[in-house]
Design a protein. Structure first.
Length: 419
C-alpha cells in the first residue's frame, strides 16, 4: 500500500517520516518508523514549498517498496547480492577485478549509505576521498575501474528493483591519477632469440634459491671456495623454448597458452579454443571456443619448437604440469625465468611483453595495423595501436634520418646553410 509520509519541521529542517519493514540480525522482520531530511527551513520557509520534495521522495519509495530488501545498505547489497551474482555469471579476472576493487577501495567508504538513497554526489565523494588519500599513486585506469564497478553494482540494483532512477555513476568525474599504471614493456626480436638461446640443454640450472622449499640438487663450487645453491628445474629445455616460442611467435595470452591441447595443433594453424585462469577452464577473452576457434598461423621456427616436445601419443594439455593439469606459467616465471634472466643480465618484463613484442616487431617489418590486430585477435584495432605497438627509439631515429635526407637538398635549406 502506498504511503503519503508525515511531513514535519525539527531543528531548522524539514523531515518526512514513514514506515518500513527491516530485517533484524536474527532474520526476523520488524517495523521501523525512520525519518528522512528533505531540506532546511531557511531554503524552504513555507510548508507548501517543501511538499513537492516530500512527494518526490515518497513516490520513489513507493515504487521501490518498503520490504526488507528495499532498505538494504550499499555494503550489504554488494556482499550478499552483487558479488554472489558475479560469481554465478563471471569467472576469472572479471570476478577478481570486481571483488578486489570493492574490498580494497570502496567498501570502507560506503559504510552507512543506504542503497536507495545513493546519488551522484555520494559516488563523487567516494572517488574524491580515494583521490585525497592516494592522489597520483593510483593510475587513472584504477580510478576508472572503481567507477565501472560502482556502475555495475547499481545496474544490478536497478534490474532487481531495489534502486529507482538513473544510474548514479552517470556524469561522475573520474580522478586524474597518473597516466599509466604498470609499464607496458615489449621484447625485441633480438631479446626473444637471446631468451631461446638460454635454454639449449638439459637440465636447466637455476642459479638462486627458490622461494619455497622443494626437492633440489645442491652443487658446491669447490674451486672458488664459494658455496652457492643452484637448482635443477623440473621442466626440460625444449619445453621452456616451446613456451617462449608460442608466446613470442603466436602472441597467445597467458591463459590461452595454458589452455592449449595437442588437438588444437592443426599443422599450419593453432586453434585457440579455451583459456585457463588459475584452475578454471573457460572461454577466451574474445569468446572463442571449440565451435568458433581463433586461428593463429604457425611459422616454421615455432613448428620446430612444438615438434621437439610432441609426444608419440599427443593428447591432453600441450604444456601439462606433473599432475596432468595446466602448467602454472606464473610459477615458471618466478622460479626459473626471473633468476635465469637476472643471472644473465636481462630483465624479466612479463609474459605479456612477448605478445606486445610480436606486435612491435611486425610493425617494424612494415605489416599493417589491421593485420597485426587480426593476429593478436583484438576486437578493435585501436587496442592494438594504443597498448601493443611500441615505437622504439631506433625506429624513430631512422624515420627522422629519412626526413633529413628528404629535405637536405632543398633550396631553402641550402640557402640557410650558406647564410
Amino acid at each position: 500500500m502506498a504511503q503519503q509520509g508525515s511531513l514535519y519541521q525539527d531543528h531548522g529542517s524539514w523531515f518526512v517520516r514513514y514506515w518500513e519493514t527491516v530485517e533484524n540480525e536474527d532474520g526476523t522482520p520488524s517495523r521501523k518508523n525512520p525519518a528522512h531530511r528533505l531540506a532546511s527551513v531557511k531554503d524552504f520557509p513555507k510548508k507548501s514549498d517543501v511538499i513537492p520534495l516530500k512527494n518526490q521522495f515518497m513516490d520513489r519509495l513507493n515504487r521501490i517498496g518498503f520490504d526488507p530488501g528495499s532498505g538494504v545498505t550499499l555494503v550489504d547489497f554488494v556482499v550478499n547480492t552483487f558479488l554472489p551474482a558475479c560469481e554465478r555469471r563471471l569467472t576469472g579476472a572479471g570476478l577478481k577485478c570486481y571483488r578486489d576493487t570493492w574490498n580494497c577501495h570502496l567498501k570502507s567508504r560506503a559504510g552507512g549509505l543506504r542503497l536507495r538513497d545513493v546519488r551522484p554526489m555520494h559516488i563523487q565523494n567516494i572517488l574524491n576521498s580515494i583521490e585525497d588519500e592516494h592522489g597520483t599513486k593510483l593510475a587513472h585506469g584504477t580510478y576508472k575501474t572503481m567507477k565501472v564497478t560502482l556502475s555495475a553494482i547499481f545496474t544490478e540494483a536497478r534490474n532487481l528493483g531495489v534502486y529507482d532512477g538513473a544510474n548514479p555513476t552517470t556524469g561522475v568525474r573520474i580522478p586524474k591519477g597518473k597516466k599509466h599504471g604498470r609499464k607496458r614493456l615489449a621484447y625485441s626480436l633480438d631479446e626473444i632469440l637471446t631468451h631461446l638461446g638460454l635454454f639449449t640443454s638439459d637440465p636447466i640450472i637455476v642459479p638462486q634459491p627458490l622461494p619455497r622449499k622443494r626437492k633440489t640438487t645442491r652443487i658446491t663450487r669447490r674451486r672458488t671456495g664459494i658455496k652457492a645453491e643452484v637448482y635443477v628445474a623440473g621442466i626440460s629445455a625444449n619445453q621452456m623454448r616451446a613456451i617462449i616460442g608460442v608466446t613470442a611467435f603466436a602472441a597467445l595470452r597467458k591463459g590461452e597458452i595454458r589452455g592449449l591441447w595437442w588437438d588444437d595443433d592443426r599443422g599450419e594453424m593453432l586453434a585457440i579454443c579455451r583459456s585457463v585462469w588459475n584452475t578454471t577452464l573457460k572461454s577466451t577473452k574474445t569468446d572463442e571456443d571449440v565451435d568458433e576457434p581463433g586461428l593463429v598461423p604457425v611459422i616454421r621456427p615455432l613448428r620446430l619448437l612444438l615438434d621437439a616436445i610432441r609426444p608419440e601419443t599427443a593428447a591432453g594439455f600441450m604444456f601439462p604440469n606433473r599432475c596432468g593439469g595446466a602448467l602454472d606459467l606464473d610459477n615458471i616465471a618466478d622460479r626459473i625465468l626471473k633468476p635465469v634472466f637476472e643471472a644473465n643480465g636481462m630483465q624479466w618484463k612479463g609474459w605479456q611483453a612477448y605478445r606486445r613484442g610480436l606486435a612491435t616487431n611486425l610493425k617494424e617489418l612494415g605489416v599493417e595495423d589491421t593485420t597485426i590486430q587480426c593476429i593478436l585477435r583484438h576486437e578493435d584495432v585501436s587496442t592494438t595501436q594504443r597498448f601493443y605497438i611500441k615505437t622504439v627509439p631506433r625506429v624513430a631515429q631512422e624515420a627522422m634520418r629519412v626526413l633529413e635526407e628528404k629535405i637536405a637538398c632543398t633550396a631553402v635549406v641550402q640557402q640557410t646553410a650558406v647564410n
